[in-house]
Design a protein around this ligand. Sequence first.
Ligand code: SF4
Length: 328
Amino acid sequence: MSLAADDSATLSGLCRLRHDWTRTEIGALFDLPFPELVFRAQSIHRQYFDPAEVQISTLLSIKTGGCPEDCAYCPQSARYDTGVDAEKLMALDAVLAEARAAKSAGASRFCMGAAWRSPKDRELEHVCEMVEAVKGLGLETCATLGMLTAAQARSLKRAGLDYYNHNLDTSPEFYGEIITTRVYQDRLETLEHVRDAGIHVCCGGIVGMGETRADRIGMIATLAALPVHPESVPINMLVRVAGTPLADHSPLDPFEFVRTIAAARITMPRSVVRLSAGREDMSEETQALCFLAGANSIFFGPKLLTTGNPERDRDRVLMHKLGLCPMQ
Ligand code: SF4
């Protein structure tokens, strides 16, 4: 497909918020010549965001390892021998110290992750105390704690939680190849509880897990069909961790990763799209292409739960080279 004379009309048409994207339409985006796809994504990006701004989040594992779930990509599952030991929930003071450090390093959002299938109510009380205290530092708060009941989501909202992360991971069809201890519908229900409680939704997925392009299209279609688009859409490149079932998977072509980012940007134009896990092994050029394709958020800091992330100085240099600045 070439850039037609009436393309500006096409672009403004694409810019309307839609929840009825078909897989065929999203497939057609993936099939576009790469420069045109990136151009369209960047053009839409500019209608909603300052293209020089990147939202900065920091992620801390507040309860590491020992998870009963069997997510095939995850080093924190108790089922895989990955060298990650199960730890207890962190103390409030230690979490606050990390949050202060994240704020002074430039983060505007502090995300707290716990390796649970779902939190027990007593555990949730502790997390609520953390949310309240981190919020008191002037940071936006985010948590990822597994499946929630409606009442638990309301408790987190009362504590001041701004965002809840709960990824759909992949397409509904491929989900069972990656996780067998829960079903797609469980994810959708938690997302509904979070949305109903008035908490912003952070929801995306992981690519490079052996899924087909049709699965990547299916994942984007499912996200874009949610009644309200997630405010934050993390797109992760699989980090292949030794000991997990996906450790020896062949890496995904970086251009396909950029195409996935562009499809997320075009179909969910108001959402912040996060270039999430997998950046440590990604070239600066690939990351720059992701920003061109509409990614406008990163995790900042050398660790993402238990896997590596670029050192802060490396990211500062990249942001400087690209003329990007933190979103306020
Ligand atoms: S991704 Fe989350 S739910 Fe799945 S094994 Fe890891 S910590 Fe548990």
